[in-house]
Write a protein that binds this ligand. Structure first.
Ligand SMILES: Cc1ncc(COP(=O)(O)O)c(C=O)c1O
Length: 344
């Protein structure tokens, strides 16, 4: 039986063009700086985001942790959001690897209250930790995919700069944000000095993330990547697929957003408590089953029996993400099956 997998946009298969590019890639020893495919990917990425330099790393998690290690000193504090990937899903690496302490804040629709943010930046004092970094995520929350505007990013950048604190953006799904805002990624992150984006989410590449920043930042990040065992040899096979992803898969993320909206509206029609349409901004839908008679595990189990996979994210919530391998027909099939389950 065909299974439609809505658990994540990380479950995608490489396209035919990516497979061909991997097969034919010109490669070399990347630790020695000799892999032309990696060099091409890094140069293209830096140009696309209008940053000085870029670094190809193994994963989004590695990019985030290299950034924190590069931008902070031991014992410093990182202000971040409670639902961020950095805080929740990186195996405690902030403490274990970077030896910083997390200062998690609540957000409203993904945004910090800026007065609260300012008040959390530590004053100089013998007993105080130093605020080393503010970390943002755009789109925000891997269970909602909320878009943060350029105006908000600029405000936080100004605030960080005024207070002498580094700023980092986890832009795992930054292309989704740029598409929804209808501005280029370069414009969107104009005032963000350091960031990463993932190649393996909506872009559907098989591996990797790109760190972006100044030449100085990337030089240090490259050294820390090596320390973590993330230096690669003939990485060009993966970089070649990633370059195809960047060239050919960015625009089509629009379709994922449209499909998510169709799916969300379908769910809303079945039962308006299932989904908050205001929060379906990109390719991620948080399904709420609290007001229904079925819990998340049972909902996921029944759907799996019908050939649909969703991710359970709590007793009453599931996540559904649209991506290149979930077609419009799949969306309509899923709505039909969910209707059947809900009517039972
Ligand atoms: C917002 C965000 N940041 C970082 C990551 C980490 O990426 P990776 O799975 O490549 O380590 C993810 C992965 O889902 C994510 O959603």
């Amino acid at each position: 039986m065909k299974v439609i997998d809505f658990r994540s946009d990380t479950v995608t298969q490489p396209t035919e063009n990516m497979r061909l590019a991997m097969f034919n890639a010109e490669v070399g020893d990347d630790i020695l700086g000799e892999d032309q495919s990696v060099i091409r990917l890094e140069e293209y990425s830096a140009k696309l985001f209008d940053k000085e330099a870029a670094l190809f790393v193994l994963s989004g998690t590695m990019a985030n942790q290299i950034a924190v290690m590069t931008l902070t000193n031991r014992g410093e504090e990182v202000i971040l959001s409670k639902n961020s990937h950095l805080f929740n899903l990186e195996g405690g690496a902030l403490a274990a690897l970077s030896q910083v302490q997390a200062h998690p804040l609540n957000t409203k629709q993904g945004q910090f209250d800026l007065d609260e943010l300012i008040s959390c930046i530590r004053k100089k004092g013998v007993q105080n930790p130093k605020t080393g970094l503010i970390a943002l995520e755009n789109t925000y929350d891997l269970n909602r995919g909320l878009v943060l505007s350029k105006e908000y990013l600029d405000e936080v950048a100004l605030l960080a700069n005024d207070n002498g604190v580094s700023l980092y953006l986890d832009g795992a799904r930054i292309f989704s944000a740029s598409i929804e805002l209808n501005i280029s990624v370069a414009t969107l992150v104009e005032n963000i000095d350091t960031m990463q984006f993932c190649l393996t989410k909506g872009l559907a590449a098989p591996m990797g993330s790109i760190l972006l920043g100044s030449k100085e930042f990337i030089e240090k990040a490259r050294w820390i990547r090596q320390r973590l065992g993330g230096g690669m040899r003939q990485a060009g096979h993966m970089a070649a697929a990633a370059l195809i992803a960047l060239l050919e898969m960015r625009e089509r993320i629009k379709e994922d957003h449209l499909n998510a909206k169709i799916l969300a509206q379908g769910l809303y029609k079945i039962d308006s408590s299932l989904v908050d349409l205001n929060q379906v901004q990109t390719n991620i839908i948080k399904v709420c089953l609290k007001k229904t008679s079925i819990d998340a595990r049972e909902f996921a189990r029944q759907l799996l029996g019908l050939g649909i996979r969703v991710k359970v994210i709590g007793e009453h919530n599931c996540r559904m993400i649209t991506h290149v391998d979930t077609s419009k027909d799949d969306i309509h099939f899923a709505i039909k099956q969910i209707k059947i389950i809900m009517e039972q």
